[in-house]
Ligand binder design. Sequence first.
Ligand code: ZN
Length: 186
Amino acid sequence: MENDSNQINSGSHSINIGSGNSVKNSNLHVGDVHNYGDTNAPPVATVDRVQSKAVTVLGQPVTAGWLIVSGGVGFIGSLASIVGLWQHLSFWFVLLLSFTMFCLIVGIALVRNRFVRIPYLPFNIEADRSGRMFISRIEGNCPLCDGKLKLRDIGPKDHKVTYARCTRNPDHMWKFDFTVLDEPEG
Ligand SMILES: [Zn+2]
């Protein structure tokens, strides 16, 4: 067997790699290749929207833009009134101010994400592409036991992450991505 400088040569029953790119008299064996599939992969949890209802006021659909406008107007109006009537600030007034702020914040979040979690409440606020607002409930079945999966917000106050968590065993939980959901309807 010739052995020119362009070849890597190791033994007579070996692989010769060089200008000729030849494999001569040899078995090319690269370990044991097995494909075990994904039997060891963790089970996939699926959650879905089990209920959704369009939010309407006097038969008209409420939209994210409507929330922002009415929330903003109400907020500025409330602030102006507070400045004028500081001594007469009542509980109801503070409640109204909080409500307008809530509308404003939810409206902005809906425009941005089309999905808003309200911590500790069993439902979510969503919007479809046209901005119509929906109240929805999202649940699933635990793939590890017969518990139900519900959305929970876990983590430090300013950095909560939403998980789909099992009602029977809190160790059964999966990170929840709201962008996998279809458009809400109802
Ligand atoms: Zn479970």
